[in-house]
Design a protein around this ligand. Structure first.
Ligand code: GLU
Length: 305
């Protein structure tokens, strides 16, 4: 752990001084109010030892990072049948693309592009009595943290500019792969994307993917070991949209980014690490987050390869 701490502190200093060539997300107006100088990192080891630096305790909009949590709950509830509704192939296309949906007859390529995450929300709306409360409770239980909440202002802000997601959801429904009302599914989707967490909270909640003996406070396991393997595999191949190959190449860990500027990366059997820096590169991934993680796994020689 001492070695990790030193390397994290060194790389943090290094990357802090790099000129940030990114931009904040423009399609969620509320996100533009976040201070672009924020930069935080937090690591939690499997044995719960942890270390943070910079703005690691400030909450931010986790956006698409929440798609791993919604996938986890849907997989838990639906089992292998889930893959009849959504595939597990990288799309090689931007996160909000329509391109492949037409030829794939409304079956999204994977659960992390918007179309796939919207289908996952449809599955959850069907299973959960009170989707909004039940999903939040699932996240709170998973992380043993009652301080997790949605930011309804961010959800409303995204909804006000959400025409593309409305179009995606209607398009998928036209193929019969959305079963509930479009408005209900999208309200839930915008809400889960608005979850707020700090780097520290994210690296804690993702421990269930790093520790195969993980249990909640009540000693319950969350998903099976093969299920965790599959979620990690989808994160590695699809967690960064059309930059997933690049992330695997440069960082070498399963991970997931969000347009709030957060990135979480999981080293199965070792640790979870989260970086937050709000400005995004042209693919929608945190500019400094990518840079930090590349240097971190290179210097610590701790990728999965
Ligand atoms: N809520 C965002 C959207 O639907 C999530 C995108 C992301 O974080 O990649 O466009």
């Amino acid at each position: 752990m001492e070695n990790y701490k030193k390397i994290i502190a060194d790389v943090y200093k290094d990357v802090k001084n790099v000129q940030d060539l990114g931009q904040t997300a423009r399609f969620i107006p509320e996100l533009a109010f976040v201070g672009t100088d924020n930069f935080g990192v937090h690591i939690t080891m499997k044995n719960k030892e942890n270390f943070g630096i910079g703005d690691f305790q400030k909450k931010f909009s986790i956006q698409s990072i929440a798609k791993v949590l919604s996938l986890t709950l849907a997989y838990k509830l639906e089992g292998e049948k889930l893959w009849e509704r959504v595939d597990v192939e990288p799309s090689g296309n931007p996160f909000n693309s329509f391109l492949q949906l037409e030829s794939d007859l409304g079956k999204p390529r994977n659960p992390f592009i918007n179309s796939g995450a919207i289908v996952i929300c449809d599955v959850l709306v069907r299973h959960l009595k009170n989707p909004k409360e039940d999903f939040l409770n699932f996240c709170r239980t998973l992380s043993n943290n009652e301080n997790l909440n949605y930011n309804e202002k961010v959800a409303a802000s995204e909804k006000s500019c959400g025409s593309r997601n409305v179009a995606l959801c209607n398009f998928i429904k036209s193929f019969g792969n959305i079963k509930n009302e479009v408005a209900e599914v999208l309200d839930f989707y915008f809400l889960i994307c608005s979850l707020e967490m700090s780097c520290e909270e994210i690296s804690q909640i993702f421990l269930f993917l790093a520790d195969e003996h993980f249990t909640t406070k009540k000693k319950k396991s969350v998903i099976t070991v093969p299920q965790a393997k599959r979620i990690n595999a989808i994160m590695l191949t699809c967690g960064f949209y059309d930059e997933s190959g690049e992330f695997a190449f440069r960082v070498g860990l399963p991970g997931k980014s969000g347009v709030g500027g957060g990135i979480v990366a999981v080293h199965p059997d070792k640790f979870c690490i989260t970086v937050w820096s709000p400005k995004l590169n042209e693919k929608g991934n945190s500019y400094k987050g990518m840079l930090f993680l590349e240097k971190f796994t290179t210097k610590t020689a701790s990728s999965i390869f």
